[in-house]
Design a protein around this ligand. Structure first.
Ligand code: NDP
Length: 245
C-alpha cells in the first residue's frame, strides 16, 4: 500500500468528515483529502487548530473546508442527530467518514484502572463513533458509494499489558467495523474498514512513549496512502477489512 499513488483528483466532489481533524493523523488526513479535491468537514474540539487547518486548506486552493466544533467527550445524542439532519438537508449526502479522534487514557493495570478514566475513554473512542455513525448513516447511504474508516491500533488486535481502556476501546472499534460492514454489504454500496496507522509521530504517541525520540518515527503525512486508498473509489468493494497503514 506504500506504493499506492492516488490520482490528484481522487476525491473531487466528495464530502468527507474527519474527527479529530485539528492535530496529528486526523489533520494530515483532512489536509490530504482536501488536496485531492474533497470538501472536508473538520470535526474537533480545539477551534483554533481547526481554524488554522481551514486557513491552510484555503491557501492551498483546495475546496473550502467546513469547521464543526464538537467535543466528543461531552456531545449529546441530540448534537449528533442535528449534525446528521443538517448534513442531509444541506448537502444531501456524505461520501466519507474517518473516525480518527481518540483519547489514550492512563496506561495502568486493569486492577488499578480508575472507573472515571475508563468511562471517558469509552465515551470518546467507542460511544462517539457509534453515535456519529448512526446519525450519519442516512447521509452515507444517500451517497453513491460511501466509505467509513475506523481507526484502530495494534493493541486493538492483540491485547497488551497496561493498555487498559484504550486497548479495549480499539477492540470494540474493530467489532463495530465488522458488524457495520456485514450489515451494509448486502444492502448498500457503503464500505467499512479499519486502519491501524502504526507508530506515528504525534502528541498521542509522545504521551504513550515519552522517552522515545519522535524524529525516529514516521510522520502522519507519510502514512496517508492507505487513508487515501480507502476513501477513494479505488477501494470500491473492499469492506470488513482490518488494514495496516
Ligand atoms: P493526537 O492526540 O495527535 O490527535 C488526536 C486528535 O483527536 C486531536 O485533534 C484531538 O483534539 C482529537 N480529540 C481527542 N479527544 C477529543 C474529543 N473529546 N473531542 C474531539 N476531538 C478529540 O492522536 P494521533 O493523531 O496519534 O491519533 C489519531 C488516531 O490514531 C487515534 O485514533 C489513535 O488511537 C490512533 N493511533 C495512533 C497511533 C500513533 O502512533 N500516533 C498508533 C495507533 C493508533 P485536540 O487537538 O483538541 O487535542
Amino acid at each position: 500500500m506504500e506504493n499506492y499513488q492516488a490520482q490528484p483528483e481522487l476525491l473531487k466532489d466528495k464530502l468527507i468528515l474527519v474527527t479529530g481533524a485539528g492535530d496529528g493523523i486526523g489533520r494530515a488526513a483532512a489536509l490530504d483529502y482536501a488536496l485531492h479535491g474533497a470538501t472536508v468537514i473538520l470535526l474537533g474540539r480545539t477551534v483554533s487548530k481547526l481554524e488554522k487547518l481551514y486557513d491552510e486548506i484555503a491557501a492551498s486552493g483546495a475546496p473550502e473546508a467546513i469547521i464543526h466544533p464538537m467535543n466528543l467527550q461531552h456531545a449529546k445524542e441530540e448534537d449528533y442527530r442535528q449534525l446528521g439532519d443538517t448534513l442531509l438537508e444541506q448537502y444531501g449526502r456524505l461520501d466519507g467518514l474517518l473516525h480518527n479522534a481518540a483519547t489514550l487514557g492512563p496506561r495502568t493495570p486493569i486492577q488499578f484502572y480508575p472507573l472515571d478514566a475508563w468511562l471517558q475513554v469509552m465515551q470518546v473512542n467507542v460511544n462517539a463513533p457509534f453515535l456519529l455513525t448512526r446519525s450519519l448513516l442516512p447521509a452515507l447511504l444517500a451517497a453513491p458509494q460511501a466509505s467509513v474508516i475506523f481507526t484502530s491500533s495494534s493493541v486493538g488486535r492483540k491485547g497488551r499489558a497496561y493498555w487498559g481502556g484504550y486497548a479495549v476501546s480499539k477492540f470494540a472499534v474493530e467489532g463495530m467495523m465488522q458488524i457495520l460492514a456485514d450489515e451494509l454489504k448486502q444492502t448498500s454500496a457503503v464500505r467499512v474498514n479499519s486502519i491501524d496507522p502504526g507508530a506515528t509521530r504525534t502528541a498521542m504517541r509522545k504521551a504513550a512513549y515519552p522517552a522515545e525520540n519522535p524524529l525516529n518515527l514516521p510522520t502522519p503525512e507519510s502514512r496517508m496512502a492507505l487513508y487515501l486508498f480507502l476513501m477513494g473509489n479505488d477501494s470500491q468493494g473492499v469492506t470488513g477489512q482490518a488494514l495496516n497503514a
